[in-house]
Design a binder for this molecule. Sequence first.
Ligand code: DGI
Ligand code: FE
Ligand code: FE
Ligand code: FE
Length: 190
Amino acid sequence: KEAFIDIRKQLEKKLKKDRFEHTIGVMYTAASLAMRYHEDIDDAMMAGLLHDCGKYGSAQEQVERCQKHGILLTQSELEMPALVHAKLGAYFAEKEYGVANKGVLSAITWHTTGRPKMTMLEKIIYIADYIEPNRKIIPGLQEIRETVFVDIDHAICLCAGNTVDYLRKNGKPVDPMSIETYQYYSDKGE
Ligand code: DGI
Ligand code: FE
Ligand code: FE
Ligand code: FE
């Protein structure tokens, strides 16, 4: 479809090669999850295609871009630059790539930390980001890849749990929203 081809071309120029390949992987993984969970396939693909469109340049540049565009960052986002591209990406998706669908924009906004009570599209992008085929194999990944087609909420719990563990082991600060995501989806399974 035209809109997809055009955006794809722009992203291919803007993103590093690996980041672009990851983006395409997320787009198609999101499509298959949309098929499984009766979501709109085009919306899932568009959210997958654009989910990391804010992730280029250094962390410092990403923060400066937010300031330039009047995007307010939380204290967490200032302390954890890995989070910034999510909000920035949603802004670009709307203003530069012409996405009007609020569901697509919120899936981009929440793809890094997740949040409690995610919409199905938010869940799909959160998980697709983690399991897409180009991701390097890490412990627990195979289980999440299998689980997500059976019980997406349980897969979110595993994914959020892995992320929080990984950050703690590496001595990185954890955003309160990442912890809330884990707690919400682990309580759901009980
Ligand atoms: O952008 P991607 O690499 O495709 O994936 P992502 O948007 O899920 O970002 C992953 C990175 O973000 C990874 O290095 C872990 C980091 N991250 C996720 N949640 C948190 C976090 N970093 C910190 N410091 N705190 C978090 O809560
Ligand atoms: Fe990301
Ligand atoms: Fe992720
Ligand atoms: Fe990603």
